[in-house]
Design a protein around this ligand. Structure first.
Ligand SMILES: O=C(O)CCC(=O)C(=O)O
Length: 331
């Protein structure tokens, strides 16, 4: 008997082949992670925020006379919206995403981060980088989930990955040598010079990616997702299409028993920020946060009835909507 036969229905179960694909290549494509109506909701939400039709605490509305160019320039990505936005919290804690995460990095899953990408024509792009360079978890169990809201392909700036490169240690920024790896323990681990910079001639991770088979574009239809390892070298190019958007909803998670000295650049008490991040699945001996908007998840189950009402105050930071890469957001 397969052990999964004894479990309840309705889950997005991961096959052994999918698990091995993730472990081997450092990424796993899951088609139709979000349903059509869910993608529609997120697309509409993204545009409502961009055009100022919906307001959220900390997200400054555009001036009433703002033209199209000015609106497009407002942000190409907004970080950590789930701290102030019930819609983003709901998709961060989406049960199908958590089902897959439970198999890949679980059983205990901590939800850390959200990014809403807009990328209209001519905008966007980020050079080679490893996400564990920015989001620290000890032991390192970081994983990203990149969900396409528009079709994402080479023309409009899809994600590119370097298959197998997740086996590399994480390279830290020279000015921030705190990393998941101890530099003292390595004989020859170099720093990442200009990580995330799109100019390959200055970004030292370009040559690390070059040690692996050719990078591949991750072409996705709306609702499809790629789950990718925190060490995987990946990048994107600007949207080169004439009129297609490239919108995406991206979240990061780690095993809830990892210690997380990271709060996206915002202050936290003590030497770890676990208490700021939501326990999405399973259990943990470490602190965790409740969902602020009551999205069902393990944190609420653990805290018992009534816990959803006890939201702490919002601590979202306006610079999280400046559209820059998250290089500045260490902490
Ligand atoms: O979507 C992009 O343009 C870059 C996304 C990325 O690098 C990430 O999610 O870590």
């Amino acid at each position: 008997m397969r052990c999964s036969e004894s479990r309840e229905g309705g889950r997005r179960r991961v096959t052994v082949d999918e698990y091995v694909t993730y472990q081997t290549g450092g990424f796993l494509i899951v088609r139709k992670l979000f349903a059509e109506d869910e993608v529609e909701e997120l697309l509409q939400h993204a545009l409502d925020l961009l055009y100022g039709r919906k307001e959220l605490p900390g997200l400054e509305p555009p001036p009433p006379d703002a033209g199209e160019e000015q609106l497009m320039d407002r942000f190409t990505r907004i970080h950590m919206l789930h701290r102030v936005d019930p819609v983003s919290e709901r998709y961060l804690l989406h049960p199908r995403a958590l089902d897959v995460l439970e198999a890949l990095i679980g059983p205990d899953v901590l939800a850390l981060q959200t990014m809403l990408f807009l990328n209209p024509p001519g905008r966007g792009g980020q050079g080679w980088h490893q996400d564990s360079h920015y989001i620290l978890t000890f032991p390192d169990t970081l994983i990203g989930v990149w969900v396409a809201l528009d079709r994402a392909d080479e023309e409009n700036g899809c994600l590119w990955v370097s298959p197998g490169s997740h086996r590399e240690p994480v390279r830290a920024h020279p000015e921030h040598p705190v990393t998941v790896h101890s530099y003292e323990a390595f004989a020859d681990l170099d720093y990442a010079e200009h990580a995330s910079v799109q100019d390959d001639s200055v970004n030292s991770l370009t040559s690390v990616a070059g040690r692996y088979p050719r990078p591949i574009p991750v072409v996705l239809e709306p609702g499809d997702a790629v789950f990718f390892h925190g060490h995987l070298l990946h990048r994107s190019h600007p949207n080169r299409s004439a009129e297609r958007w490239r919108r995406a909803f991206v979240s990061h998670y780690c095993n809830a028993r990892s210690w997380v000295p990271w709060n996206h650049g915002a202050p936290f008490e003590g030497d770890a920020a676990n208490g700021e991040h939501i326990l999405a699945r399973g259990r943990t001996h470490l602190p965790f946060a409740l969902p602020r908007f009551g999205t069902p998840c393990a944190a609420l189950e653990a805290a018992g009835p009534g816990a959803a009402k006890e939201h702490p105050g919002a601590d979202w930071h306006p610079e999280w909507a400046r559209g820059e890469s998250f290089t500045r957001a260490r902490g």
